[in-house]
Design a protein around this ligand. Structure first.
Ligand code: 3PG
Ligand code: MG
Length: 404
């Protein structure tokens, strides 16, 4: 690892910690999720060592319904940490500074939503961010900066790239674990077969991942909207919008040529569904073989059971399996068979496994699987895709540069 971690940080200090507590908000209520649970471990470790722990995080973006105060986040975080988490409705002004200076060893404080500070958001170089009043007025209150927000590391925001230039900078435990697991596919050598399950709604993500991981992945198993677009490119009458659907045709326009070329050049690495599931007149799950489809008349909401069996055979023969994107509409139990079936097969084998993309990993808790059966379940969305496709993560790069 090329950055400093909490193992390199002397205890008993004043530490500024960047977390990613960005969460779903329903009717104004912040929903608890695994980001709290994960970051709580970093916060607890620092508090237990007798550090004064001041946390920063963002929520939503200005203009969005989920752009709310972090007051509720402080309470949820406190439950997971098992200690009080004070909250101050200020990002870096006098109220924030007063609360920071009042902190005792082992106490935890959460500052207000970083995106309520005008200097946070515009994407700018770390050198520019380091000069902001936000960074310049908070930094003198601290001995060290810890970045635990791997899942926001693709953003060049002040709280992520500015502070590491002016304070000794360290990676938190979440940052460390995510970095190691998510770069494994690019960095590690596996002896056996490396398989990637790719689904979800965006064909362009699937294409980027396939292009970036050409050398690393032996088999891609496809599903979701992206998988249906590949079936269309293979000549089947699917992967198009029917009724008032608006999922396929635009993407087809933009990606058809690329998908056809991928199938042509690397068809032996790409496995497509051979059956699909839909909702019949009685509202039940029904399945059809892809080769029996004459015309698409309704939406397909999952891969079929034959496909799951086929994919599971590949998974059982794999040394490493990476998952990006769901194979169907798993939120509806009737159409969870593909996503859950594949995840269960991964859980049962002892391959190295990483599950990422915020949504897909939600299936693990929804269907009562245990995270312990996977090598890593990522809490990152955009940053996970960037890691897989080899795009740089600016907030990680700054940590690495400062460690040199
Ligand atoms: C996320 O929730 O994916 C990260 O926190 C990044 O949030 P953003 O997409 O609003 O920048
Ligand atoms: Mg396992």
């Amino acid at each position: 690892m090329s950055f400093k971690t909490l193992d390199d940080l002397e205890p008993g200090q004043r530490v500024l910690v960047r977390l990613d507590l960005n969460s779903p908000v329903e009717d104004g209520t912040v929903q608890d999720n695994r980001r709290f649970e994960r970051h709580a471990e970093t916060v607890r470790e620092l508090a237990e060592r007798g550090d004064r722990v001041v946390c920063m995080a963002h929520q939503g973006r200005p203009g969005g319904d989920d752009f709310v105060s972090l007051r509720q986040h402080a309470d949820i975080l406190a439950e997971h940490v098992g200690r009080d988490v004070h909250f101050v409705p200020d990002t870096y002004g006098p109220e924030a500074v007063e609360a920071i200076e009042a902190l005792e060893a082992g106490e935890v404080l959460l500052l207000e939503n970083t995106r309520m500070c005008d200097e946070e958001l515009p994407e700018e170089d770390p050198e520019v961010k380091a000069e902001t009043e936000f960074v310049q007025s908070l930094a003198p209150e601290f001995d060290a900066y810890v970045n635990d927000a791997y899942s926001a590391a693709h953003r060049k925001h002040a709280s992520l790239v500015g502070f590491p230039l002016v304070l000794p900078a360290y990676a938190g435990r979440v940052m460390e674990a995510e970095y190691e697991a998510n770069t494994a596919i690019a960095e590690r050598e596996f002896d056996g077969q490396v398989t990637m399950v790719v689904g979800g709604t965006k064909a362009s993500d699937v294409i980027s991942v396939m292009n970036a991981l050409d050398e690393k992945v032996d088999q891609f198993l496809l599903g979701g909207i992206a998988g249906e677009l590949f079936l269309r490119a293979a000549g089947y009458p699917v992967g198009e919008d029917v009724g008032d659907m608006d999922l396929f045709d635009d993407q087809w326009e933009r990606n058809a040529d690329t998908i056809r070329a991928l199938l042509e050049e690397r068809g032996d690495e790409i496995t497509l569904a051979n059956d699909l599931a839909y909702e019949d007149e009685d509202g039940e799950r029904a399945e059809v073989l892809v080769e029996d489809i004459e015309e698409k008349t309704q939406g397909f909401l999952d891969v079929g059971t034959d496909t799951v069996a086929l994919y599971n055979d590949v998974i059982r023969d794999s040394e490493a399996v990476f998952v990006k994107g769901a194979l169907g509409l798993f939120e509806d139990e009737r159409f969870s068979v593909g996503t859950v079936g594949v995840l269960e097969a991964i859980a049962e084998t002892d391959c190295f496994s990483v599950v990422g993309g915020g949504d897909t990993s939600r299936a693990i808790e929804m269907y009562g699987m245990s995270e312990d059966d996977f090598s890593h379940v990522s809490i990152a969305g955009g940053a996970y895709i960037r890691a897989l496709t080899g795009e740089p993560l600016p907030a990680v790069e700054v940590l690495e540069a400062e460690a040199e």
